[in-house]
Design a protein around this ligand. Sequence first.
Ligand code: SF4
Length: 324
Amino acid sequence: MTAKEILKYLQAGERTALIKRADEVRKEHCGNKVILRGLIEFSNYCARNCLYCGLRRDNGSLRRYRMKPSEIIKASYGACEEGMKTLVLQSGDDFYYGVDDIRGIIKDIKKRFPDTAITLSVGERPDDEYKAFFNCGADRYLLRHETMNERLYKKLHPGQSLKERIRILEFLRKTGYQVGAGCVVGLPGQAIEDLRGDILFLQDFQPDMIGIGPFIPQSNTPLAESSIASVDFALKVIALARVVTKNSHMPATTALATLDEGCGHILGLNAGCNVIMVNFTPSKLKKDYAIYDNKVSVSLKRAEAAVLKSGREVTFERGDSLKR
Ligand code: SF4
């Protein structure tokens, strides 16, 4: 798509034709199955201070937790025993866990469940650590680019740069990972033209996986008073991402389900998504992974019900990249 076409879709009041097109592209390139992946949020400590995120370093009112490696492994086994063939291990940028800790976790899971894909989502780390994780069995890495507007990126992520973020994404791909990028829709200060930049980036980079979620404020952040993003607009951005990337794996995000508890997942699945993340974080910790307010917890039952309601079929397969 050209920049002009993308902008036209983003500005249009009508979105039905775009959503329909995205659904057709998804069907042709990804099939009808919806892949379920198991998510474990193992630490809510973060060294960064992103303005929109409840895990930010300066949020003193968050009850912090760190799971021990043995607890992460136990939760991972639990998810695998429920049938998950992909585990997404996620945390804030928490350097408490050294290379050996994370390598030990990966190796243990791979030894017991060799067919399970491991996705890491542990933020920005030195290049040699990415290599070490990959060499001991990590398969995929999620690192949303957040926004392609350099000025806005800098404002929202003190001390970080978009240039470095993109460099890391390229490095991860070169290392051999299946790579996930993605953006937030409706960030305070974000213009429609910025989202056009996000779609153009996704079209150019062709990530193996894409996560796009609507902005939801978190009460203990500097952006607490900002407006919640529109679900309809987020769906347009998701649909455009599907059209320009064709076969990237795209989750109907938990943020969509949070904004529309009854239909969020279904709306995402209808707009081009083909994945749902099921939360296997231990129950007593879930509510403390408070990246935004009122984040719902997606159980296996809930994910299966959404897939069923959307008229699609659940699959527990690994769901490796369709781009290779
Ligand atoms: S968005 Fe990520 S890096 Fe930023 S504060 Fe939240 S968890 Fe940390």
